[in-house]
Ligand binder design. Structure first.
Ligand code: PEP
Ligand code: MG
Length: 747
């Protein structure tokens, strides 16, 4: 690259900046820019295409093509050479455009007379904004220098677009980030919410992409790299060098800060007239576009490290950190690419909704969102690039939909939905203190599932009679290190305090399978759901289980205590676990601690094998609880975490109901108290059928108690029982259609 082309490039950028600063309207500004670029590059044509919507490009300004075509010529993503540049986010440079693959003739533009074509993407951090094109009559390929110069200009255009330079009065293009957008994701937690966007990581805005003094910018760049290094060192010192995530940042930093390629490219960008931050962003955009193309997992990871590093550099250079001065709205809907459980807990209940671009249904963040009963949508593609702080937003957790800057019709339809939900909530509130008594006089005990302190206020609000399942592993999952026994004592005591004498069933640690503790060495197992998990870990490596049992006994401080062991598959696992409790009791007694006035020790029935264990097992356990989530996955051999199969089999499948009914009968024979605590207990129709086949205690998410109770109070279980038995005799696969029909008849 020559000094001459550098100074030519700086001159052009200087003129672009003048065009920006002048107070001409958006369209005139675009026209002026195409003129300047064509003049500076010595090409007959310069055109700017911008996205009208995510699939359509529109010719928005041109020097050289037919002016009438402006705002008329449109093409779909991938269509023609322009569409190809946009789709791949890569340069197309050809001496003979008309015979290039994908060329599309647009008669209205008069472009067939131009032979050579150079198109570069206008993109900002992986967000496609448009395409910048130059064309000439002379058949020639543009030089590397020219390509580079055009890329730098495209970068500046991207920033200008982001800043809204081409919108407003006189512009035919409505501003990005003003149009309404609907994003389809996946349900993480049901419920509807309306509010305003609060970005977990605010977008960094580069307001000065062009700089006059390359020496100064180079210096700023080097200073920022140095600051980054100091920051990484500090971070490492603070985490005593052990934190995996911090080590990854360090490694990425070492790799890229020492990488001549990355620094050299940014220095070249600066020599061409970009500011230091614009140079960082330009390379970051290129890396993001590459990330979309590469399949190789290792390479993708490195590109994502570079992305993270670039973000840190941008924050240093622009001074825009976590503190952007923006104020959190009163009704915040949190938007993030991903978020850790601890960070989410910090926001707490003030959030009205949560939308994650990545995330997953089983993620820890989702567990926390559920505990807080905040509507959550995960896998909401592009939401972090589409949303701006303060945008009006509606989250439909039931459908997994997000309406960003919704138009009036969406707003009124959505508000109606919220109003209906509020009405239903009122109905549920009015029966909160009434029993779940059916029309035939059967009383069903409704308890709630919990696992975090954040769950506990629901105990009062939901009308639950107690906590039927306290998943103790959640306390372990949301931390970065193993909790100490004293901490556990404190937590469990607070749980019992909050329960105010209501029964809490503490389930001992259920880790393994989908629940992996971040601070424990992961076990590579061919099939984790069938692997070393729950009670199997507890019995093989009893250290943690013993600590937990001791903490529970101490936390009870003389109050009644209920303990449940997860995933018991055969009789002797329960016997051994119970022996551990006896040992812990003896130890506590010896140490002079007060013992619980009553201890109940139960087991979860989550594997079909346990349903067929000998009667003495049923007599020995103090109670059983069906873990329907696991039991169902093993009954149908369908992984509950696998999206392809998890919804394939109906809980109301007659075989499954018959199996559960058999468990109910066996418990009745031995007078063993039985409950059901899987997710299905919280689905009204499923709950109704479970009650009809004899279950008298159901434990569910707090938010489900109202709807379940409401349906139970309006139903006659004898009738439902008859429907199930008729379906069985007819040989139906599932009783759902018959039950639904009956419900319809009931109105
Ligand atoms: C179950 O398996 O139904 C259950 C309640 O336990 P978890 O969902 O925690 O595995
Ligand atoms: Mg389970």
């Amino acid at each position: 690259m020559s000094d001459q082309s550098d100074s030519e490039s700086r001159k052009l950028l200087g003129r672009l900046r003048d065009a920006m600063a002048s107070d001409i309207a958006g369209q005139a500004r675009l026209d002026r820019i195409t003129q300047l670029i064509a003049g500076s590059m010595g090409t007959e044509v310069c055109s700017i295409y911008l996205f009208r919507d995510p699939e359509t490009l529109e010719l928005c300004a041109t020097q050289g093509l037919n002016k009438e075509a402006v705002h008329q010529t449109r093409m779909r993503l991938g269509e023609g050479l322009v569409g190809r540049v946009a789709r791949r986010g890569q340069v197309v440079n050809t001496a003979d455009a008309p015979s290039s693959k994908g060329f599309r003739y647009m008669p209205e533009t008069g472009e067939e007379i131009y032979s050579s074509f150079l198109g570069v993407p206008i993109q900002r951090l992986g967000e496609k904004l448009g395409v910048l094109v130059v064309q000439s009559k002379q058949a020639r390929e543009y030089s590397e220098d020219e390509v580079y110069a055009l890329e730098v200009v495209a970068m500046v255009l991207a920033e200008m677009t982001e800043l809204g330079a081409f919108t407003g009065e006189g512009a035919a293009l409505s501003a990005r980030h003003q149009q309404s957008v609907m994003v389809r994701g996946t349900t993480g937690q049901e419920g509807a919410a309306e509010g305003h966007v609060w970005l977990h990581e605010p977008r960094v805005v580069v307001t000065n992409p062009i700089a006059d003094d390359p020496h100064r910018e180079r210096e700023r760049l080097h200073q920022a790299v140095e600051e980054l290094r100091v920051g990484v060192d500090k971070m490492l010192a603070a985490s005593a060098g052990g934190d995996k995530e911090h080590l990854q940042v360090l490694e990425a930093y070492r790799m890229f800060a020492n990488s001549k390629g990355w620094m050299r490219r940014m220095e070249e960008d600066i020599a061409r007239g970009l500011s230091a931050e614009a140079a960082v962003e330009k390379e970051q955009s290129t890396a993001r576009a590459r990330m979309e193309q590469v399949q190789d997992a290792y390479l993708r990871e490195r590109l994502s490290d570079l992305d993270d590093l670039s973000n840190r550099m941008l924050r240093i250079l622009t001074g825009q950190g976590a503190e952007t001065g923006a104020e959190m709205p009163d009704d915040p809907i949190l938007i993030a690419r991903n978020i850790g459980p601890a960070e989410l807990l910090e926001y707490g209940r003030k959030l009205k909704g949560i939308v994650l671009e990545d995330g997953s249904v089983g993620s820890h963040a989702a567990i926390v969102a559920r505990a807080l009963a905040i509507p959550l949508v995960v896998h909401a593609g592009r939401i972090t690039t589409e949303a701006l702080n303060g945008d009006h937003i509606m989250v439909d957790g039931d459908q997994g939909l997000v309406h960003l800057r919704p138009d009036d019709t969406v707003v009124s339809a959505f508000r109606e939905k919220i109003a209906m939900q509020a009405q239903a909530q009122e109905r549920y509130a009015s029966i909160k203190d009434k029993p779940a008594e059916t029309l035939c006089g059967k009383v069903i005990n409704l308890h709630m599932n919990a696992g975090l302190m954040a769950d506990l206020p629901s105990l009062e609000g939901s009308g639950a009679e107690g906590v039927g399942l306290f998943r103790t592993e959640l306390q372990f999952l949301v931390r970065n290190q193993m909790p100490k026994r004293t901490e556990l004592v404190e937590i469990y005591a607070r749980v019992m305090d909050a329960a105010k004498g209501k029964r809490v069933v503490f389930r001992t640690l259920d880790i393994g399978s989908d629940k992996v503790l971040p601070y424990m060495k992961p076990n590579d197992e061919p099939n984790p759901a069938l692997g070393w998990r729950a009670i199997r870990v507890g019995l093989d490596k009893p250290g943690v289980m013993r600590m937990q049992l001791q903490a529970l006994l101490r936390a009870a401080g003389g109050r009644p205590l209920t303990i449940m062991f997860p995933f018991v598959a055969q009789f002797d696992e329960y016997t051994q676990a119970r022996a551990e409790v006896d040992k812990a009791i003896a130890r506590e007694e010896k140490l002079g601690h007060v013992l619980p006035e009553k201890i109940e020790i139960g087991a979860m029935l989550e594997t079909p094998s346990l349903a067929f264990s000998p009667p003495k097992f049923f007599r020995e356990v103090d109670f059983l609880s069906i873990g329907g989530n696991d039991l169902k996955q093993f009954f149908f051999a369908a992984d509950r975490e696998n999206e392809r199969v998890r919804r394939r089999y109906d809980t109301l499948n007659v075989s499954f109901l018959t199996f559960i009914e058999r468990i109910v009968e066996r418990c009745a024979e031995t007078d063993t108290p039985l409950s059901f605590c899987g997710e299905d207990a919280g689905r009204p129709i499923e709950a109704l059928c479970l009650a009809a086949i004899g279950l008298r205690t159901l434990s569910m998410r707090p938010a489900s108690i109202g709807p379940v109770k409401s349906l139970l109070r309006r139903s006659n279980l004898d009738e439902v029982r008859k429907i199930i038995s008729d379906a069985r005799h007819r040989g139906d696969q599932s009783v759902r259609p018959a039950v639904m029909e009956w419900l319809r008849q009931q109105g």
